[in-house]
Design a protein around this ligand. Sequence first.
Ligand code: SAM
Length: 243
Amino acid sequence: THFGYRDVPEADKARLVGEVFTSVARKYDVMNDLMSFGVHRLWKRYFVATSGVRAGDRVLDLAGGTGDIAALLLPKVGERGSVVVGDINRDMLRVGRDRLLDRGFARGLDWSQMDAEALPFPDRSFDCVTMAFGLRNVTHKERALAEIHRVLKIGGRALVLEFSAVRAEFLKPLYDFHSFQVLPRIGRLIAGDESSYRYLAESIRKHPDQETLKAMMEAAGLERVDVRNLSAGIVAIHRGYRV
Ligand code: SAM
């Protein structure tokens, strides 16, 4: 069960990540709530509330398969705006689309399978690109960031919500215990899948911290990049502009 993604050749990684998300797509919600004590909903709400997205905006929500971010964005873009949900995994897109249809969201939404590393849009297509808990899973993050920059209009915003480095010392042992002891057990009990959640904990540790991701966004051409920590840095919002 100690499935080491680190040892897997690059070419296979994308496929394996795809399979992880297929296996968890259905239990995704329950798991997110259990793992984060429901707090992921607050993080997402705050992420969109502070996004600066306005009526009429055209927004791309990358790795948006669950539809969580899109559902929050739609009321903001209003009648004249639109949201494209892009995800590499067909099952995630299907689950998200069905769920949002059930909630009465259809208008202004477009669901499309795509790889964040090679976006199927012309340059300067969007006012805003959001990516929540997705960048971590991308093999070549610098490619995805360059693509995000490319498809942004001048003055457009890139917004990344992602796990980051915990900044409060007292929290670190608790957080480690939760990640490496509790999380895989919840994964086994609820999703019948321990290795996926072991991978999740590992991928969070390997993900670039606040300063590293900020530098990566700047290297991709984004400007005025700033970082906001939520829950003491368990997650962070990175924001950058195309100028
Ligand atoms: N944004 C959603 C949310 O916050 O609820 C979903 C987050 S989920 C943890 C990560 C998503 O990233 C999955 O749906 C997965 O299919 C997608 N993903 C992984 N690699 C990707 C890539 N290279 N391009 C686009 N999406 C990708």
